[in-house]
Design a protein. Structure first.
Length: 146
């Protein structure tokens, strides 16, 4: 008997994600929930203004450049958390194929955190931000794109 492949669709941006299972022309939520990363203000993430430095030879002052882009760092952490969920599902053989739809930067972050075996299951990558589409709109989008 022929076993139908189970295809998961990860739709994500830097702060929101949904995971669906694709069945022919319809999609269903895999875990029944959306994943939402924290969207903290700059002041909650770190200092909002860089520190100030003084010249030793004269009274001039200048601002230090911040070493971290805290919002980007937060998005990378969210991508890693998503990948941990995907990796666990892969270990449990919960999907046979994976489609990833996310903006290019987030797509790169996700790709960087997935293991080789999981990356081998990726059958399509679509570099677009469609996290705000409804399930019906997403199903139509997939019909057009795949």
């Amino acid at each position: 008997m022929f076993k139908q492949k189970k295809t998961w669709v990860l739709v994500a941006d830097g702060a929101r994600a949904r995971i669906f299972v694709k069945n022919y022309r319809k999609i269903d939520h895999v875990m029944g929930q959306d994943f939402v990363g924290e969207n903290l203000k700059e002041s909650e993430l770190g200092t909002s203004k860089p520190g100030r430095g003084y010249e030793s030879a004269n009274p001039a002052r200048h601002a230090y450049q911040p070493r971290n882009d805290w919002h980007q760092f937060q998005k990378q952490l969210f991508a890693k958390e998503l990948c941990d969920i995907i990796e666990k599902a892969h270990e449990n053989s919960e999907f046979d194929e994976l489609i990833i739809i996310s903006p290019p930067k987030t797509l790169g972050d996700i790709r960087g955190h997935l293991g080789k075996q999981t990356l081998a299951k990726v059958t399509a990558e679509i570099p677009k931000d469609i996290t705000k589409l409804s399930e019906h709109e997403l199903a139509s989008f997939l019909e057009r794109e795949l």
